[in-house]
Design a protein around this ligand. Sequence first.
Ligand code: PHE
Length: 337
Amino acid sequence: MTEIKKLIADSLTKLRSVNNKEMLESLRIEISGKKGYITQAFSKLAQVGANEKKEIGAELHALKREFESLFYAKKEEIELKDLESKLKQEKIDTSLFYTTNFVSNGHPVYQMRDMIIDYFVGLNFALQDGPFIEDDFHNFEALNIPKYHPARDMQDTFYFKDSFLLRTHTSPIQIRTMENTKPPIRMICTGATFRRDYDLTHSPMFHQCEGLVVEQGDHIGFAHLKFILEQFVKYIFGDGVRVRFRSSFFPFTEPSAEVDVSCMFCNGSGCRVCSYTGFLEILGCGIVDSSVFKAVGYKDVSGYAFGMGIERLTMLKWGINDLRSFYETDLRILEQF
Ligand code: PHE
């Protein structure tokens, strides 16, 4: 017994300085395992006399309790230490460079729209909005496109009943703005427009941006329009491009022009994209026709208007050759923007 008590006491001393799980477990087995010192001691109790049994039994129980309280305290201490070192190892280093980019920057068409808005709002143009479903008056009549006029063929229209339709351009927003405000007007609008068309360069839904400036008197002229648009084209495509105004026709402007930019794919020397002309058409513009002012009840005013397809500008700016890729939600394309 004396010997066993000494062995137990030695083990308890070792237990006090233990600092890892494995050593703790082997000491537990040594002291209170199936063949441990305490277990052995208890089984030897049967061999001693009744008086001694009581005394030694009490001593063994005290040793057992001492072992247990020491063991659980150590166990907790070691587990806490292990947890701390584990947390230290798994700590996330937030200063590390992050390589996977799944944060969206917005659809390229909307990025272009925002660029356009930034430019014109910076020049004090107000941003206006209007409905997708329009009536015949705002989409056609007021813009000098009467019923049965061949100019309606320029725009393949989706019709509803009762002469309602999906707007074929954003120009009706100009009419609504003039109906609701007195000159001076300095506005742009952007939004979805709809035509019955579907191929490499046409989609049934696309986006336009239009602008309108109207002032009392006859002083607004082509020079103002030309300056604003030349600066605009250089803002979008860079100072290096050349801009050309080519006379054209729109029912709502007179005189009218289309604006071309030197082809950014061949730098103006002629290639397949620009059909070997060196130029690409990007917008329409002109001096507002007097019949438009008449339709909204304006008198003694002058003004200019311009309109452009946002998809087209986006394709030219970033070299996208199929319009349809804008609407196919293919992340491999969208992620490049
Ligand atoms: N609304 C015209 C279109 O869709 C564009 C335009 C607007 C042209 C204003 C001239 C002036 O074709």
